[in-house]
Design a protein around this ligand. Structure first.
Ligand code: NAP
Length: 255
C-alpha cells in the first residue's frame, strides 16, 4: 500500500471512499472527483504503476489517496483490501465497484473462458467487494455503495451476452443488497453508463462505434466525467433516501 497526502486548501472530512478499476477511464474520473470532496480515496486496480500515476494526480491537486492492488475477481484479495482499509482508517464510507472487462463475441462463437472471465470480474468482483464492505458499513450504521452497470445490462446487445448478463446481474445484486441493508443507513445503487469515451470503447471496430452513435439522441459519446457526476450524487447526502435504483447516463440511448 502506498499512502499519499499533502497540505492543501481542501478540508478533509476523514471519510474514506474505495474505487475499483481506478487506473483509467471512468474509475479514474470518479476517483479524481471524490478526492475533491476531501475524502481519502482508496484506489484499487490490478497494476500498481497506473494507479500510482492517478494517486499522484490527486496528490498534486491537494487530495489524499491510498493505492492498493487487487484482482477484484479474487474473493480473498477483495476481503484483504477492505480489511486493511478499515484497519488503517477505522472506517469505509463509500464503495464504488467500477472495474470491468469485455470479451465480446456472438453467442455461437463465444468461448467458455470468455464467459467465465467476464462474469468473474464484472459480477463476482462486485459481490466480492460488497461482501467485504457491508459488515463494517452495517456496524457503523452508514455506507454508500454504487455499482457500475451498463445500458446493455437492461437492453442487451448482440455480441455481448457475457457482458450484458454480468451487468444485468449487477443490477439484481444491487437491488437485493439495498433491501438487506437499508435499515442500517447503507444504500446501494447502480449507475448504468451508455457509450462513454474510454479505452474500453476506443478498441471497438469503427462500424460498431458508428452504430452506437446513431442510437444516441444526443449525438455524442458520454465522457467519464458525465458518469462520475452521477456517482458523486448517489454518494452525496442529497441522495440519502435513494436506494436500489439505477441512474442511466446515456444521452437518451435507452429510456
Ligand atoms: P477501462 O478503461 O477498460 O477501465 C477498466 C479498469 O478496470 C482498468 O483500469 C482495468 O485495469 C480495471 N480492471 C479490469 N479487470 C480488473 C480486475 N480483475 N481487478 C481490478 N481491476 C480490473 O473501462 P471503462 O470504460 O473506464 O469502464 C469502467 C466501468 O464502466 C466498467 O465496469 C465498464 O463495464 C463500465 N461501462 C463502461 C462503458 C463505456 O462505454 N466505456 C459503458 C457502460 C459501462 P487494467 O487496464 O489493468 O486491466
Amino acid at each position: 500500500m502506498i499512502s499519499m497526502e499533502t497540505k492543501s486548501s481542501l478540508t478533509f472530512s476523514g471519510q474514506v471512499a474505495l474505487v475499483t478499476g481506478a487506473s483509467q477511464g471512468i474509475g479514474e474520473a470518479i476517483a479524481l472527483d471524490l478526492a475533491k470532496e476531501g475524502w481519502i480515496v482508496v484506489l484499487v486496480d490490478i497494476q500498481p504503476e497506473k494507479l500510482t500515476a492517478v494517486a499522484e494526480k490527486i496528490l498534486r491537486s491537494g487530495g489524499r489517496a491510498e493505492v492498493r492492488t487487487a484482482d477484484v475477481s479474487r474473493f480473498d484479495q477483495a476481503a484483504a483490501v477492505v480489511e486493511a482499509v478499515v484497519k488503517e482508517n477505522q472506517r469505509l464510507d463509500y464503495l464504488v465497484n467500477n472495474a470491468g472487462i469485455t470479451r465480446d463475441n456472438l453467442m455461437m462463437r463465444m468461448r467458455e473462458e470468455d464467459w467465465d472471465a467476464v462474469l468473474a470480474v464484472n459480477l463476482k468482483g462486485v459481490f466480492n467487494f460488497c461482501r467485504a464492505a457491508v459488515r463494517p458499513m452495517v456496524s457503523r450504521r452508514f455506507g454508500r455503495i454504487v455499482n457500475i452497470s451498463s445500458v446493455v445490462g437492461v437492453m442487451g446487445n448482440a455480441g455481448q451476452a457475457n457482458y450484458s448478463a454480468s451487468k444485468a446481474g449487477v443490477i439484481g445484486l444491487t437491488k437485493s443488497l439495498a433491501r438487506e441493508v437499508a435499515g442500517r443507513d447503507v444504500t446501494a445503487n447502480c449507475v448504468a453508463p451508455g457509450y462513454i469515451a474510454t479505452a474500453m470503447t476506443e478498441s471497438l471496430p469503427e462500424a460498431v462505434k458508428k452504430a452506437f452513435l446513431e442510437m444516441i439522441p444526443m449525438k455524442r459519446m458520454g465522457t467519464p466525467q458525465d458518469v462520475a457526476q452521477a456517482v458523486k450524487f448517489l454518494l452525496s447526502d442529497e441522495a440519502s433516501y435513494i436506494t436500489g435504483q439505477i441512474i442511466h447516463v446515456n444521452g437518451g440511448m435507452y429510456t
